[in-house]
Ligand binder design. Structure first.
Ligand SMILES: O=C(O)CCC(=O)C(=O)O
Length: 227
């Protein structure tokens, strides 16, 4: 499988700490990298039978589900998937180094479980939920933007933001952190035009890919509590 074309980790990205241990990194993937990621998802999804969201209030199609340690998927997982997980963690650590968040961020995340969802532009939604089993998670977005919401128990109100193509959201998805998240709707006609030129089918979708770690993760610095 193809390697990433440019050493993204050398560049600086905009980031936003949406709340404790929820960090959004903007424009991490260039358009060629977004194209490459979409092609990798499509190629990998040939090994998987698509399934509809199980929850009646959500509307998306699961196109990919890999347990990275399963024999069945050995040699079928594109190296790009691991590369972009590493890039997200490296960038996150590099960009937030001066802030209090950096000490909570794990310094590496080898995904245990990789999934990808496709949301139709018309009617795509994801019911608010707290993840189970997961530890930290890295989410990439492609295609149309999603109106994404997050809320931790410490917040009075949920925060909504536009999760755009090429952005990454990294957060503590453990049951302990109880970070509720969901998608109210997909924002039509928001695919970058250069991406549509190469992948016209993305006009109809918002695509996400999730990299989850199950089990223990070491934070980059030992701390004696949370903020
Ligand atoms: O599609 C997304 O970006 C989010 C997916 C998600 O929240 C989940 O898999 O729990």
């Amino acid at each position: 499988m193809t390697k990433l074309e440019t050493p993204t980790t050398n560049k600086s990205v905009q980031y936003e700490i949406l709340q404790h241990n929820v960090i959004l990194l903007r424009d991490v993937l260039t358009i060629p990298q977004q194209v490459q990621l979409w092609k990798c998802i499509q190629e990998s999804s040939r090994h998987y039978k698509e399934t509809r969201a199980r929850n009646a209030k959500s509307n998306f199609i699961k196109v990919l589900s890999f347990s990275t340690d399963a024999k069945k998927w050995k040699n079928k997982i594109p190296s790009m998937f691991y590369d972009i997980t590493d890039i997200a963690v490296l960038l996150l650590f590099k960009e937030t180094i001066a802030s209090s968040v950096s000490k909570f961020v794990p310094n590496s995340m080898h995904p245990t479980y990789i999934t990808s969802f496709k949301y139709p532009v018309k009617g795509g939604t994801l019911t608010e939920h707290v993840d189970v089993k997961s530890n930290w998670v890295v989410l990439y977005s492609l295609g149309n933007s999603a109106n994404f919401t997050v809320k931790s128990p410490q917040m009075q109100q949920k925060k909504a933001f536009s999760f755009n193509s090429g952005d990454v959201l990294v957060f503590d998805a453990s049951e302990k952190a109880k970070i509720k998240h969901g998608i109210t709707h997909i924002i039509e006609d928001t695919v970058p035009s250069a991406l549509v030129d190469c992948c016209p089918e993305l006009k109809e979708w918002r695509v996400s890919i999730q990299f989850r770690v199950f089990g223990e993760l070491k934070p980059s610095k030992t701390t004696s509590g949370s903020e």
